[in-house]
Design a binder for this molecule. Structure first.
Ligand code: GRF
Length: 219
């Protein structure tokens, strides 16, 4: 079976993008990163993508003002030029319209730095600490029009430590992100994920909680 052609959409540093690029170097991985696109010309991740020999594109949202559909049409043109099958949002800081999301239904993934449905939106680490959460983590899900609400493909959890601050917690969550995104993309690219009634089935069955990544934490 041919490898799925994936576009990674970024706005910033691109460490999840880098994790996907690294994993997809393996020819046996069912997806190849065919394009990295950014809505910000200055996104640091672009240079890393170029250095890895990946095609890059800039679709600068600022050029389109408030006209989101026009921005998305430009994005769609680039995606078509690169014959993209699947999109991974990785720190992509633009809300996408329902029209675009629907067009890419079940082919558009996002990673969110919290255990959804807890802590949708921004500042997740700060809010998890403020809430006194004992477990925190990250989620890969399909994108639906409502923000951070789509069917969950994979999650990874970390225990919150007494002395954690936003930065220390973010570092451990990010390490988990870099594991679950390649895992989730693999499952989707292999065609093993089906959405039924808003939930993901993998190989036809609900994903057991035991499939979540809970890293061993020394001390
Ligand atoms: C990650 O924490 C991701 O979960 C969130 O934005 C951050 C992007 O980081 N959506 P990076 O650009 O992948 O390093």
């Amino acid at each position: 079976m041919s490898r799925k052609r994936v576009a990674v959409l970024i706005s910033g540093r691109g460490s999840n993008m880098a994790a996907l690029i690294e994993t997809a170097k393996d020819k046996n991985y069912p997806a190849e990163i065919a394009l990295v696109a950014s809505n910000r010309p200055d996104a640091p991740g672009l240079a890393a993508a170029r250095a890895a020999g990946i095609a890059t594109a800039i679709v600068d949202h600022a050029s389109y003002g408030k006209d989101r559909p026009a921005f998305e049409r430009a994005l769609q043109t680039v995606l078509e030029q690169h014959r993209i099958d699947l999109i991974c949002l990785a720190g992509f800081m633009r809300l996408l319209t329902a029209g675009f999301v629907t067009q890419w239904q079940d082919r558009l993934l996002n990673i969110h730095p919290a255990l959804l449905p807890a802590f949708k939106g921004l500042d997740t680490h700060k809010r998890a600490l403020a809430a006194g959460a004992k477990m925190h983590g990250a989620t890969v899900h399909f994108v639906v029009p409502e923000m951070d609400s789509g069917p969950i493909i994979a999650q990874g959890a970390v225990a919150v430590r007494d002395n954690d601050d936003e930065c220390t917690l973010a570092v451990r969550v990010l390490a988990v992100e870099h594991r679950i995104y390649p895992l989730a993309l693999k499952l989707v690219a292999e065609g093993r994920v089906r959405v039924v009634d808003g939930h993901c089935l993998i190989d036809g069955v609900p994903v057991p909680a035991s499939a979540s990544i809970v890293p061993d934490e020394p001390g």
